[in-house]
Design a protein around this ligand. Structure first.
Ligand SMILES: *Cc1c(COP(=O)(O)O)cnc(C)c1O
Length: 420
């Protein structure tokens, strides 16, 4: 690696995934130039094909009305099934273990209804360090709902003295101490703030060895890391589709329920879309769940949103997670290298350096946080995000970002730093 722009351009010329960028709409800045969009961890860009996929459903609705359930080009009745295979591939699961439904926080609740089953002696939840606020609220309200005290029942992971990274030893220590009181371990696949990726298999094994149920919020991992949910064996997982999966603002969430739970007699909040398909329309009084992840569905789903997800999943299937992850590792290593070359004392990368411990995001912590630097980035065409109190998150995404994007970002970052 070197710091010349020619190096970046050469990497782009040799990138076998380079053409995927042209299948996305890249937001422009005022002079008509492409922005440097490093915010795919917050909202993924729009695939150009999304309009076509959504228009197909609008046309069928226009021309067929209710008949579209059976006679649309892509009949709406089984529409969610069209997503399962590609979504399952992205997270390393069997199609029967995956369903797309609701939104992420809703699914966290629904899955906790089934998988957080506290008893008098085992009622605690071990959760992520500095989690996304919605996860904290969901966990705390579930604890309350079951009549326990969140202050006592919630155990937040904490890094050792002054660090930002959670080590496996750290988790091991907590499990040794509190394992028999912990009903549920629910942490991120990638921490949204630090960008640290957790070792799903090791955490699952350690949790199961202590008799805990283990689930993951993969909002920042799905479409970013190579996942093997079936083999790694967590009990459940859920993620959103609008970040790395580019399915559009507020789009639906993916759920994973491990095969071993499909026929188990778990408590759940039920709805007709989870009912046995063969008898759903007999409108019977008794609920017979589909013996797959689909059994957790409540409602007939929003087809327009699912059409956008299909557009994006088809691109993922074409590119393949293995190739995407390979490029992602290179892009992010390059970003880290460029930022570090300048040795600027005003910033520090808090994301782990080890490839296995991160996805594409790099979190840059500012020593004397003020928003001037971030503002400078924005004014110069970078779209990234600022997280209180002191972090700029940047995520070069392998589907549409280039090595030159990374190079340009770094140039603007260091220009901004020199002006502070
Ligand atoms: C993005 C994100 C959410 C957002 O939840 P919604 O229900 O989709 O609004 C929740 N948790 C995590 C960890 C996230 O990264």
């Amino acid at each position: 690696m070197n710091t010349s722009i020619q190096y970046a351009q050469l990497q782009d010329q040799n990138d076998e995934l380079a053409s995927f960028r042209y299948r996305f709409h890249i937001p422009k800045i005022s002079d008509g130039k492409d922005s440097i969009y490093l915010c795919g961890n917050s909202l993924g860009l729009m695939p150009k094909s999304a309009s076509e996929y959504i228009n197909q459903e609008l046309e069928d609705w226009k021309n067929l009305g209710v008949e579209g359930h059976f006679h649309a080009k892509n009949p709406w009745m089984p529409y969610h099934e069209y997503l399962s295979k590609n979504m399952a591939q992205i997270v390393g699961a069997f199609p029967s273990e995956v369903v797309v439904m609701n939104s992420l926080t809703v699914n966290l609740h629904l899955l906790m209804v089934s998988f957080y089953r506290p008893t008098k002696n085992r009622y605690k939840i071990l959760f992520d360090y500095s989690p996304f606020p919605s996860d904290r609220y969901a966990i705390s309200s579930q604890v309350n709902f079951h009549g326990f005290d969140p202050a006592e029942a919630m155990i937040e992971l904490k890094p050792d003295n002054g660090e930002e990274i959670i080590t496996i030893e750290n988790i091991h220590k907590i499990l040794e101490m509190h394992g028999d009181e912990i009903a549920l371990i629910l942490i991120g696949g990638v921490n949204y703030y630090t960008g640290q990726a957790y070792d799903i298999k090791t955490i699952t094994d350690m949790g199961h060895a202590q008799g805990c149920v283990v689930g993951f919020d993969l909002a920042h991992a799905a479409g970013n890391l190579l996942l093997n949910l079936h083999d790694d064996g967590p009990d459940f997982a859920t993620w959103c589709s609008y970040k790395y999966l580019n399915a559009g603002p507020g789009s639906l969430s993916g759920c994973f329920v491990h095969e071993r739970h499909h026929s188990a007699d778990l408590p759940r909040f039920a709805g007709w879309w989870g009912h046995d398909k063969a008898t759903r329309f007999l409108m019977g009084d008794e609920f017979h769940p589909i013996p797959t992840a689909e059994g957790w569905q409540l409602s007939n789903p929003p087809i327009l949103s699912m059409a956008a997800i299909r557009a994006s999943l088809d691109l993922f299937a074409e590119a393949g997670m293995n190739r995407l992850r390979r490029k992602s590792e290179q892009l992010t290593a390059y970003l880290e290298y460029l930022i570090s070359q300048a040795n600027d004392v005003n910033i520090k990368i808090i994301t782990p350096s080890e490839t296995q411990q991160r996805g594409c995001q790099i979190s840059i912590q500012m020593k004397n946080p003020n928003k001037n630097l971030f503002q400078y980035l924005t004014e110069n065409g970078v779209i990234a995000d600022w997280r209180e109190p002191d972090v700029i998150r940047v995520a070069p995404v392998p589907l549409y970002n280039t090595f030159e994007d990374v190079w340009q970002f770094n140039r603007i970052l260091h220009e901004g730093l020199s002006k502070l």
